[in-house]
Design a protein around this ligand. Structure first.
Ligand SMILES: [Zn+2]
Ligand SMILES: [Zn+2]
Length: 316
């Protein structure tokens, strides 16, 4: 069964968060032009530093930890509340595996949440502290420095490429039959993913697949602190979405990684271009999930656009 339909420009696998970022920048520039002001974001960032007090340890470690965990657990719990309550009703149509988590099994979820807390606070904490201690090898020394918009987007792309390479190959290695059961089996306990379980994995996996891409990106690009905060927001919101089980409009489609949890044998990357190169996404491309894998630019769900019983659309 072939279910391939040519994708239009809007279906390109560009993370829509980049579109939102660009739109925010353009709006800011327009306002700056009309009000005769300039450098809004730079002043905003410096205002935060003035407000909390300029301190390298606080900003590069303590506030960074607080910031990234507010995003992780804040957004994560919003998704999980929908899994626990199955409300609001109108959100249910966006579920990628509609029959799952009705409601969420708390006996499975709560112990797993402890592992996530350990990974997020202890292991990520060590990595963030190490990044801080390594000085200007990994972070621009001056915490007040902000990138130009072009540089910010270029560094996000640089991070994206780094992430894809490290994540794909480490993930594929973790699937090797001689090591799978010792490490990666933990993460695959969730065949229907749950947002907060994005960081539910063996400590070795958290270091190699989740933290290493950030460390390498910092070494390669020596981001400013402001840039790393934007990258953390983009990366965390994306991975939460990938594991959420909800294919929401105007956000990146989670179908690719959701399929990996469901079927296990394909889609080792995040964006998917290395999977395309190695041919590890062939079955996915021909599946209904592959057809649904696109950014939704209306409130119609992917299940409504491509219902289960209409998988026979053919290309050429
Ligand atoms: Zn896997
Ligand atoms: Zn996963």
């Amino acid at each position: 069964m072939t279910a391939r339909i040519k994708k239009s420009f809007s279906d390109l696998d560009v993370n829509p968060l980049l579109y939102w970022l660009t739109l925010t920048y353009l709006i800011t520039r327009t306002i700056e032009k009309f009000t005769g002001t300039s450098e809004f974001w730079s002043s905003f960032w410096n205002g935060i530093i003035d407000f909390f007090g300029e301190d390298d340890f606080n900003f590069k470690f303590l506030y960074t930890m607080i910031y990234l965990n507010i995003i992780y657990f804040g957004f994560g719990f919003l998704y999980v509340i929908m899994d626990i309550t199955n409300k609001p009703k109108f959100m249910q149509k966006y579920k990628t595996q509609p029959e799952q988590h009705q409601p969420l099994d708390m006996n499975k979820f709560l112990p797993a949440l402890m592992v996530v807390i350990f990974n997020q606070f202890i292991l990520s904490g060590i990595a963030i502290y190490w990044t801080y201690r390594s000085g200007d090898w990994m972070l621009s020394t001056n915490i007040r420095e902000t990138p130009t918009f072009t540089r910010l987007i270029a560094e996000i792309f640089g991070f994206g490429l780094t992430y894809e390479f490290v994540f794909y190959y480490s993930h594929r290695l973790l699937h090797h039959k001689s090591i799978y059961q010792y490490i990666h089996k933990v993460h695959h306990k969730w065949q229907a993913p749950v947002a907060l379980m994005a960081a539910y994995c063996h400590p070795i996996e958290h270091i190699v697949s989740n933290l290493l891409p950030f460390i390498i990106s910092n070494l390669l690009f020596r981001h400013t602190l402001a840039t790393t905060w934007v990258i953390y927001a983009v990366a965390i919101i994306s991975t939460l979405g990938d594991h959420s089980g909800y294919h929401l409009p105007f956000l990146h489609s989670p179908q690719f990684h959701d399929y990996h949890h469901l079927k296990f044998f394909e889609n080792f990357g995040s964006n998917g271009f290395i999977d395309k190169f190695h041919g590890t996404n062939k079955k996915f491309e021909e599946s209904i999930q592959g057809l649904r894998h696109r950014t939704l630019w209306s409130l119609k769900s992917s299940n409504e656009l491509f219902p289960d019983d209409k998988v026979t659309e053919k290309e050429n």
